[in-house]
Design a protein around this ligand. Structure first.
Ligand SMILES: Cc1cc2nc3c(=O)[nH]c(=O)nc-3n(C[C@H](O)[C@H](O)[C@H](O)COP(=O)(O)OP(=O)(O)OC[C@H]3O[C@@H](n4cnc5c(N)ncnc54)[C@H](O)[C@@H]3O)c2cc1C
Ligand code: SF4
Length: 525
């Protein structure tokens, strides 16, 4: 008897997520497609497939949390909603890695910025990696569909908070490119707490949109179901095995789910996908290699007025003034960072009294970062993901000279923007912070020691590691997102990007999943 009918006997599980504590026996499920992960890629794919009449089982390792749980406390929400309780980082601790882990994935904690994929990025994927069929005109209908479903619209200037206004006004004064961002929100209350789950369901994250669409169309969705093995025989996947976790402790309950399906769609995101594939010994192609971060470096300004950068839509303005610095240089784009106390205190230098004094400045601080656009130089390796002896992902980022040059270039330009906007002083987050009070001080940044752990770096844009491309030696999946060697395995999320994007990744992933779903539905028919 299949687990689907076991669950039906316990009440009606249709139209709701089943959590780990509800599973009191091992389940043996069947379906057309098993979707692993419920984030930007997984949720959209599951909904599209279910609406196309395919039977879908979606397994998510994180818990099912809703606005009732989102109490706006960093101390509670970061461990609840992020991978490794918010503590994920590169092996040398030089770069903090922020990824979601819950029904809805990273979309539950993201800042809602939505960009279509730049034409130049798609053109590069085609010319360098042989990616076929992903031209802007082909993807446009998918984007239009997603933009309508998620209410994606540009914010108005009067809604921009004071923190983002520093970026807007600074660029205005300098004559630099700037834009108001499009966001996936409906009736945003501008609380500022996007990074901790939206307590108002204004953010159109996956758990309140596409996961519900999937459920409504008949998909079975399981939270606290961590897939530990994908079983392969020859060039086919024969089963997927998940360990059920206790929602309160995140420890295995002893129950398992086995799914046998025609197709498996891996949507666990970058870092997590190589981890699972290595564990499952499906190691074909350049698995885990060229994982891209858009690593970010931060500049903090003390403004002469209360900025309260923890309130208001966290990201509403961007500048792509340095989005194309030409061959041999790493480009970057600029956005704003909210300054909630816990995250800020991690970044704030000093200890004891010095640290306390800096934190007392919190309401007056404005923060912005440069996202470095990695992946466009052939010699760049980005991050490599392998497994530790304990089976956890080991992530090593290979920093280049071009990267460090770009960091110095960006820190100066972030400071220029903040000074142009009236900052009293600007501080970098080098281990020994550089303080700048005027343009004349900018060359201090040139003299600041640079290297891993000599400046605070983070990533919220995990991409690549299972990249798409024409050559099986150079890519893990084909342009239609089917695994090169395993004929009933697809990978549908940010891990398939051959490079960083040059813009925030979520809309590219939603669009790619919408587009790929047509072929996947046909293959599962
Ligand atoms: C703080 C923050 C702010 C951000 N802001 C923006 C923004 O404003 N705009 C933007 O475009 N992007 C933003 N991003 C990034 C964006 O949200 C992600 O790039 C995107 O959600 C990635 O989609 P994905 O499908 O690749 O993976 P995810 O959305 O991360 O989904 C993967 C899911 O798979 C699950 N999973 C992994 N392994 C397994 C397994 N073995 N078994 C079961 N489940 C598994 C994970 O728990 C997770 O829920 C932000 C990210 C962060 C952290
Ligand atoms: S800023 Fe808007 S979308 Fe973000 S958490 Fe607050 S209400 Fe939700």
């Amino acid at each position: 008897m299949s687990g689907l009918s076991i669950l039906s006997a316990r009440g009606d599980p249709a139209n709701r997520v089943v959590t780990g504590n509800e599973i009191d026996k091992d389940l043996d499920l069947v379906g057309d497609v098993c979707v692993i992960g419920s984030g930007a890629g997984g949720a959209v794919l599951a909904a599209e497939l279910a609406q196309a009449g395919r039977t879908v089982v979606m397994l998510e390792e994180g818990g099912h949390h809703t606005k009732r749980d989102f109490d706006m406390q960093e101390g509670n929400m970061i461990p609840l909603l992020y991978q490794d309780r918010g503590g994920r980082a590169t092996a040398d601790q030089s770069c903090l890695i922020l990824q979601g882990r819950c029904i809805g994935g990273t979309t539950v904690v993201n800042y809602t910025t939505c960009f279509r994929t730049p034409d130049a990025t798609l053109a590069h994927w085609k010319s360098r990696w042989g990616v076929e069929g992903l031209d802007p005109a082909v993807l446009a209908p998918a984007w239009e569909k997603v933009e309508a479903r998620l209410g994606i619209e540009a914010i108005r200037l009067e809604q921009v908070n004071k923190n983002n206004r520093v970026l807007w006004d600074g660029c205005e004064k300098l004559g630099w490119e700037k834009s108001l961002l499009s966001r996936n929100v409906r009736n945003c209350r501008h609380s500022g707490y996007c990074g901790m789950g939206c307590a108002f369901d204004a953010k159109q994250a996956m758990h309140v949109t596409y996961v519900l669409d999937a459920l409504e169309a008949g998909a079975k969705v399981y939270a606290n179901a961590r897939v530990d093995q994908i079983e392969r025989e020859g060039n086919r996947i024969t089963a997927v095995y998940a360990t059920i976790l206790d929602p309160r402790t995140d420890k295995p309950t002893g129950r398992t789910i086995r799914v046998k399906s025609k197709l498996t769609a891996l949507c666990g995101g970058a870092v997590n996908n190589p981890k699972l594939l290595f564990k499952s010994k499906i190691t074909d192609g350049p698995l885990g290699k060229k994982t891209w971060f858009h690593p970010l470096a931060i500049s903090v300004a003390e403004m002469p007025y209360r900025v309260e950068a923890f309130y208001g839509a966290p990201q509403s303005v961007a500048s792509h003034q340095f989005g194309n610095r030409g061959a041999g240089k790493m480009s970057y784009f600029i956005e704003c960072a909210p300054t909630h106390p816990t995250l800020t205190s991690i970044g704030a230098p000093g200890i004891g009294d010095e640290h306390r004094k800096r934190m007392e400045q919190l309401p007056f601080l404005s923060a912005m970062y440069a996202h470095f656009i990695d992946g466009f130089a052939d010699e760049e390796q980005g991050a490599t993901v392998t497994l530790t002896a304990a089976g956890n992902p080991k992530v090593v980022y290979h920093y280049t000279d071009a990267f460090w040059e770009a960091v110095t270039h960006a820190q100066k330009n972030l400071a220029r923007i903040q000074l142009a906007s009236g900052a009293k002083r600007v501080m970098t987050l080098h281990t020994d912070p550089v303080t700048i009070e005027s343009e004349a001080d900018l060359d201090r940044i040139d003299r600041a020691p640079l290297g891993p752990n000599k400046i605070l770096l983070a990533t919220a844009h995990l991409m690549g590691g299972c990249r798409m491309g024409a050559d099986p030696k150079e890519a893990v999946v084909r342009s239609d997102l089917r695994h090169h060697q395993v004929e009933n395995l697809y990978i549908v999320d940010g891990s398939v990007f051959p490079t960083g994007l040059g813009v925030n990744p979520s809309l590219t992933i939603y669009g790619l999943a919408t587009h790929a779903a047509k072929n996947i539905a046909a293959a599962a028919g």
